[in-house]
Design a protein around this ligand. Structure first.
Ligand code: PNS
Length: 160
């Protein structure tokens, strides 16, 4: 039987509890899940790709069928190279859907890759890595929104 594999792609700068919710739910649906960190040299980031990968490895350790990797270029090429049939994404709101639908249609047109959309838990529907960074930068409390290792690394980078 074919191994059912999904990828959870993203910037993960840094991983939040919202991401982990989606990764954990995908891990229940597929035999193997690869979390793939986009290497985007044109976008400035707080954490390096290696730091983001390390944090994801630490934070997904409880899931035996989840691995972490990084990629550059097209996600469909990463899928082809790794025998992945499905891209798994969380949708926080209708505003996410507009862009995500276009990407899903483009990815399906480029390659035989499907996209699975999962509704984000209402606990995290407002949550994004950008907001976490903004709040943490100005000393706001982001505990409960990110896993403990991320909280610790944010404190080290930003003080507080
Ligand atoms: O966490 P993000 O930044 O919202 O994730 C966006 C991501 C990485 C999923 C998306 O930008 C992506 O898949 N980029 C890879 C390049 C690609 O395949 N572009 C064409 C998409 S139709």
């Amino acid at each position: 039987m074919t191994t059912r594999r999904a990828v959870c792609p993203g910037s993960f700068d840094p991983v939040t509890n919202g991401h982990l919710d989606i990764i954990g739910r995908a891990a229940r649906l597929y035999d193997e899940v690869v979390v793939a960190v986009l290497i985007n040299k044109t976008k400035s980031s707080l954490f390096t790709v290696d730091e983001r990968v390390d944090l994801l490895v630490e934070c997904t350790a409880a899931y035996p069928n989840v691995t972490v990797d990084s990629f550059h270029g097209l996600i469909v090429d990463f899928c082809r190279d790794h025998g992945i049939q499905v891209i798994a994404k969380g949708l926080r709101a209708v505003s996410d859907f507009d862009y995500e639908l276009k990407m899903a249609q483009m990815n399906n047109g480029l390659a035989d890759v499907e996209t699975l959309f999962m509704p984000t838990s209402p606990l995290y529907s407002f949550l994004s890595s950008s907001l976490v960074k903004e709040v943490a930068t100005f000393g706001g409390d982001v505990s409960g929104l990110v896993p403990d290792p991320v909280l610790q690394r944010l404190r080290e980078k930003l003080g507080g």
